[in-house]
Design a protein around this ligand. Structure first.
Ligand code: ZN
Ligand code: FE
Length: 230
């Protein structure tokens, strides 16, 4: 059983402490202090620091945490020379939990999402947000579309932990680009009253996230460009 704790950090980032069979890890520590405080409070050691991609708001806490706890660094190869490299097709074993690595280029090259089929949990980093997706910095819209299609193939009852609280802005864009979609309109009523919308469910995203609703790379490209100018 995987235990997930959400830590809101920096301006609008979400990072995580996870625990499985006594093994403790952090995902995407964009700073170190909130993690040190949390772990001190629990009296937990730290075994692993895990990153989904190389951006500073997901990695700037790495060095402090790796040094202080003598932890192992787990990341895709684009982040540097990690102790264990996350690659699609090779499972990552974390305590009693096996994560499948889902590669999704676009936001950055080599961005990975971590998925546990047994726990029905996905850490989507900056690839998939509630009602949105990451900005394209390092690859083509087609590459991003392909990565999102893999996430879309996951079961509806998967809980999704994403990297940023951008939901209000994403919701407004979703209602703008798909004005006749009743599911989006209904969801907007709820999320626009909430300041914290994490986690979300894959089934809800499939119905209300324009970037998953887009069923061709062309549609996706059109929506992504529209969002950039929204
Ligand atoms: Zn990022
Ligand atoms: Fe980010």
């Amino acid at each position: 059983m995987l235990d997930v704790h959400i830590l809101p950090i920096l301006d609008d980032n979400y990072a995580f402490v996870i625990r499985s069979n006594g093994v403790v890890g952090v995902i995407d520590p964009g700073e170190s202090k909130p993690f040190i405080d949390f772990l001190d409070d629990k009296g937990w050691p730290l075994d692993m620091v895990i990153n989904t991609h190389h951006h500073g708001d997901h990695t700037d806490g790495n060095t402090d945490l790796l040094d202080k706890y003598n932890a192992k660094w787990i990341a895709p190869k684009e982040c540097g020379t990690a102790d264990e490299v996350l690659t699609e097709g090779t499972p990552f074993v974390f305590g009693g939990t096996e994560f499948q690595i889902i590669h999704g280029s676009g936001h950055t090259k080599g961005h990975v999402c971590l998925y546990s089929a047994a726990d029905k949990v996905l850490f989507s980093g900056d690839n998939l947000f509630a009602m949105g997706c990451g900005r394209l910095f390092e690859d083509t819209p087609a590459a991003m579309f392909e990565g999102l299609q893999k996430l879309k193939s996951l079961p509806d009852d998967v809980t999704v932990y994403f990297g940023h609280e951008y939901t209000a802005s994403n919701a407004k864009f979703s209602a703008h680009i798909l004005p006749d979609n009743k599911d989006i309109a209904d969801r907007c009523e709820t999320v626009l009253t909430q300041s914290c919308t994490i986690p979300t469910m894959m089934g809800v995203e499939k119905k209300t996230n324009p970037f998953l609703i887009a069923d061709t790379a062309e549609k996706f490209t059109e929506y992504r460009a529209a969002k950039d100018n929204f």
